[in-house]
Design a protein around this ligand. Structure first.
Ligand SMILES: [Ca+2]
Length: 171
């Protein structure tokens, strides 16, 4: 058989099969860890999540916010407040998720927030999750707070799941 025919067969038959074998579909899921032993400032919370190989939480949708609130309730930590990775330290206007670098486009502000108070010479530049906001029952909302305040915090770990192992125990 001529070399060119063998090469053509290789391109037509063998190469496409590589694609099927080595390009499984994948999806990224997140697992959240509520860090409830110590309350600390935003910077220390950010550092501690990185130390654990994770990121301070970023929340990109109502669905994700609902999942986090449910976990807070399920684990019995409704009495606590939690740092997220959102801050406007950059320019005092634009919030970014420092956990993944993305612009904050979904917000879950409490009524009247953000109010950007000036406390102790610094503005409220970081976002945390608060519970039982004034007269609003069992709801959870976001508030802007000075980054040097002490709150609990939530670390997140991204997990990649592949199609061929979806029916098995993930990792
Ligand atoms: Ca505030």
């Amino acid at each position: 058989m001529k070399l060119s025919v063998i090469f053509t067969l290789f391109l037509l038959v063998v190469v496409p099969s590589f694609g099927q074998v080595y390009e499984p579909k994948q999806k990224v899921t997140k697992k959240y860890y509520l860090m409830t032993i110590n309350a600390t400032n935003w910077f220390k919370a950010f550092q501690h999540c990185r130390y654990l190989g994770m990121q301070l939480v970023s929340i990109s949708s109502q669905e994700e916010n609902d999942r986090i609130v449910k976990q807070i309730q399920d684990e019995g930590h409704g009495d606590k407040e939690f740092w997220t990775s959102a801050t406007k330290l950059n320019d005092d206007k634009t919030y970014y998720w420092m956990g993944n670098g993305e612009l904050v486009t979904y917000f879950n502000w409490a009524a009247g927030r953000p109010d950007n108070l000036l406390l102790g010479g610094v503005y409220e530049n970081c976002i945390h999750i608060i519970h039982k906001w004034a007269g609003d029952g069992n709801a959870y909302y976001w508030n802007d707070a000075t980054c040097n305040r002490d709150f609990h915090f939530i670390c997140e770990q991204e997990r990649i799941e592949y199609e061929y192992c979806l029916n098995q125990q993930p990792f």
